[in-house]
Ligand binder design. Sequence first.
Ligand code: 5GP
Length: 190
Amino acid sequence: MSDGTLLVFSGPAGAGKDSVLIEFLKKKVPGVWKSVSYTTRAPRKGEIDGIDYKFVTPEEFEKLIENNFFLEYAKYGVNYYGTPKSCVDKHLEDGDVVILKIEVQGAEQIKNIYPQSIGAFIVPPSLEILEKRLRERGTETDEDILRRLRIAEDELAYSSNYDYQIINDRLEDAVDDLTAVIRALQLKNK
Ligand code: 5GP
């Protein structure tokens, strides 16, 4: 993994991973890079191709799998999500903390490839609050929300496998906690 550190950032849909990351990235902390994943999911309102995700068709995604393009990939609900390998390697060689915002199946694959990677899991204060946040977001259908809540229960059971748990009750506190984890990784002796 050379000089950099892989930070796997997971947590159930609606726990606030995106909000925490967006606020953290606004700080422009030097030496930190967030990977942009590929997905077959349709863009949500406001999402930009190449920034939030690279949006591709299932056929394109399957071709990329065949070409060994991905470091890891997983099916989440009905869609594929995957991390492109080459950019991650480059940033690790540069010594960056590389953030992968991925779900738990992908996180397991990463742990097998990079046993030294570090995991941070973002936890909602409760499942009730999680459901409320998902419904308020208004970006998914009822069916999709129920599917995400079922996955969330399974994912929460996984959280103890991660090195750090960040409770997202107040957004500012969760952002401070993530900042502290990343600072500690940058100061770590390798
Ligand atoms: P969403 O559709 O809400 O953007 O993402 C659904 C789930 O897929 C989230 O848990 C998100 O972290 C995860 N995800 C996003 N990109 C990747 C990826 O490249 N690989 C894997 N395994 N999961 C991803």
